[in-house]
Design a protein around this ligand. Structure first.
Ligand code: 5GP
Length: 203
């Protein structure tokens, strides 16, 4: 098993993933974020190249044709894709990569058989999910309804994930995810170099 692995996080919209992702990246200096491509327009606070690579539908479809995505999907009427080169190069280098992708994307990543841990971040209740989506108010009412309908469908994918983290309090969810990553780093196969060294020193 290579030292590097993917941390795939999915959650229904309004699950609080962006804040959580930023906090994790702030605390865990050895984790890199995989910036996706998307055809949706940037939100006010979003920075191109940091949050997403914002591209036209034509450009996106060109990249699909060139096999430049390890996975891609249509979500809420827009295309989203994970750049293949970035993932493959960094996994080779032994990096830990954080992917914030939807349930379809997570399923496709699973089929790639790359070393990965799958985390599903869920709201504490349906009411709370509605409240968070309304509070964010970056989307129109029609868009919010669409996202809620989709959230219902997404919840049924939970069996694809290794861990379910309930985002009741963001600080707790961050701690849970950091603990999962820590445990993942300690997998026997990832520490084999150390144990072999120890055994050779002991003989
Ligand atoms: P948003 O538009 O709110 O940033 O993201 C909408 C959904 O698209 C979220 O569920 C997010 O996880 C997902 N998403 C973002 N990037 C990718 C990607 O590269 N691939 C897939 N499959 N989903 C993505």
């Amino acid at each position: 098993m290579s030292k590097g692995f993917l941390v795939v996080i999915s959650s229904p919209s309004g699950g609080g993933k962006t804040t959580l992702r930023e906090e994790i990246l702030k605390c865990e200096k050895d984790i890199c974020y995989s910036v996706s491509y998307t055809t949706r327009l940037p939100r006010r606070e979003e920075v191109p190249g940091k949050d997403y690579y914002f591209v036209s539908r034509e450009k996106f479809l060109q990249l699909v044709k060139e096999n430049r995505f390890i996975e891609w999907a249509e979500v809420h009427g827009h295309f989203y894709g994970t750049p293949r080169d970035f993932i493959e190069e960094n996994i080779q280098k032994g990096k830990i990569l954080l992917l914030d992708i939807d349930v379809q994307g997570a399923r496709k990543i699973k089929e790639c058989n790359l070393p990965s841990v799958f985390i599903f971040l869920i709201p504490p209740s349906w009411k709370e999910l509605e409240r968070r989506l309304l509070k964010r108010s970056t989307e129109s009412e029609k868009e919010i309804k669409k996202r809620l309908k989709r959230a219902k469908e997404e919840l049924s994918f939970y069996q694809d994930y290794d861990y379910l983290v309930v985002n009741r309090l963001i600080e707790e969810a961050i701690q849970d995810i950091r603990c999962i990553i820590r445990a993942e780093k300690c997998r026997r196969a990832r520490k084999e170099k150390w144990i072999k060294q120890l055994i050779s020193e002991s003989s």
